[in-house]
Design a protein around this ligand. Structure first.
Ligand SMILES: *Cc1c(COP(=O)(O)O)cnc(C)c1O
Length: 384
């Protein structure tokens, strides 16, 4: 059947109809009063979402553009940084740093496991001369469905005193509590096609006063992503270069929906979707890739052994029009990932799990009692 696509990948994520309709307008001039009014509202609402009073800058870029902006504006060639890497996106941070000649020390963990905050503590405490300029971490590692303990790592960064904490919150913002001011996060990067419930195309960076101080002496080359330009123009509710104005209409509608739902409800919903999904996967006898205490609330990775991950994805798509994500890099073909980020409801999870049960049966996997996945998910949903 046509036009029934259910996107359950970790971005782009589903977009609500009212957001799609908000985009279906004539573009307006980005130097107009109407645009300034729009930009003022979305900037305020983005600060609400980030729980911050810091500057909140909007870039025409995907999440990686926001990450790159988070490096080149605050560091100089040869600066020493610690990068946490336990997946594709942690690796990306290291790649960006290396591309710009930043001295990069990687603290890694096996894919599927969380970063060990104690390793950060050891490196930071050993740095008596305060040469480490930044600690750079991916909060929710989308490639494996692991949530890193940013709060604890950040506590060690604060004890160090000098280093900036630069974070990728691309799949934690809007899915998990990220209190930017309370934790004192210096640079926070995210992208529109994840928790924001709008299509790809915008990147967001929250910048603390401490990071702006580093900006003044940072010497990496920058032009399009020079955040100083965005800050200066944001003060006048405009942008240095032409923004995708229709995506701003979408952002306005999506943020209004999020405010109506409330932060606590949004976090509770993502937690419930995660727990329902994980309970179902366990009931189906399929191994979860990340441990319960390190589970991302945006995405659940599953590592099936008796059926092939790619076959599951293929049947789910062909028979049920449900798009699941595959594994990346060395996990290609080894895992599949169920996105439950952004505009996702309890009903979506029940549908996806029911379709997964039918898929497993079609593939001849019989290591479960039919209905047990749906029952387990329904139980979590009914009791929370
Ligand atoms: C999606 C994602 C990004 C950004 O990817 P883009 O394709 O550049 O938008 C960065 N980090 C994480 C953790 C992500 O999930």
């Amino acid at each position: 059947m046509d036009d029934k696509l259910m996107l359950m990948i970790p971005g782009p994520t589903p977009v609500p109809e009212q957001v799609l309709l908000a985009m279906a307008k004539h573009p307006i001039g980005h130097r107009s009063g109407d645009f300034s009014t729009l930009m003022e509202e979305v900037t305020q609402d983005l600060k609400w979402l980030h729980q911050t009073q810091n500057d909140l800058l909007i870039l025409t870029a995907s999440g990686t553009g926001a990450m790159e902006a988070g490096i080149i504006n605050f560091l100089s060639p040869g600066d020493r940084v610690l990068v946490g890497s336990n997946g594709k996106f942690g690796d990306r941070w290291a790649q960006v740093c290396k591309a710009y000649g930043v001295q990069t020390e990687v603290i890694s963990a096996e894919w599927g496991h969380a970063l060990d905050p104690e390793q950060f503590r050891t490196s930071l405490e050993a740095d008596r001369e305060k040469l480490i300029k930044a600690v750079i971490v991916t909060h929710s590692e989308t490639s494996t469905g692991v949530l890193n303990d940013l709060e604890t790592i950040n506590r060690y960064v604060k004890a160090h005193g000098e280093a900036l904490i630069i974070v990728d919150t691309v799949t934690s913002l809007g899915a998990y509590n990220v209190p930017v001011d309370e934790w004192g996060l210096d640079v926070v990067a995210s992208g529109s096609q994840k928790g924001y419930m709008i299509p790809p195309g915008l990147g967001f960076v929250a910048v603390s006063p401490k990071a702006w101080k580093a900006y003044e002496t940072a010497k990496l080359p920058r032009f399009y992503l020079d955040l100083g330009k965005y800050k200066k123009d944001a003060a006048k509710n405009t942008t240095p270069f032409t923004p995708p104005v229709n995506l701003f209409f979408a952002l306005q509608a999506a943020l209004r929906m999020m405010k109506a739902e409330g932060l606590e409800s949004i976090f509770a919903r993502h937690l419930r979707l995660t727990q329902a999904t994980r309970a179902a996967i366990k009931a189906l006898g399929l191994p979860l890739f990340a441990a319960d205490d390190a589970a991302s609330t945006a995405i659940t990775a599953v590592a099936p052994e008796q059926v092939q991950a790619e076959q599951i994805r293929s049947v789910m798509k062909k028979r049920f029009d449900i798009a699941l994500a595959g594994g990346q890099d060395h996990l290609k073909g080894k895992i599949f990932r169920i996105g439950h980020l952004g505009f996702v409801s309890d009903r979506d999870i029940l549908s996806a799990i029911a379709a997964l049960e039918a898929t497993l049966q079609e593939l001849g996997y019989e290591n479960f009692t039919p209905g047990s996945g749906v029952t387990a998910a329904a139980k979590v949903i009914a009791n929370s």
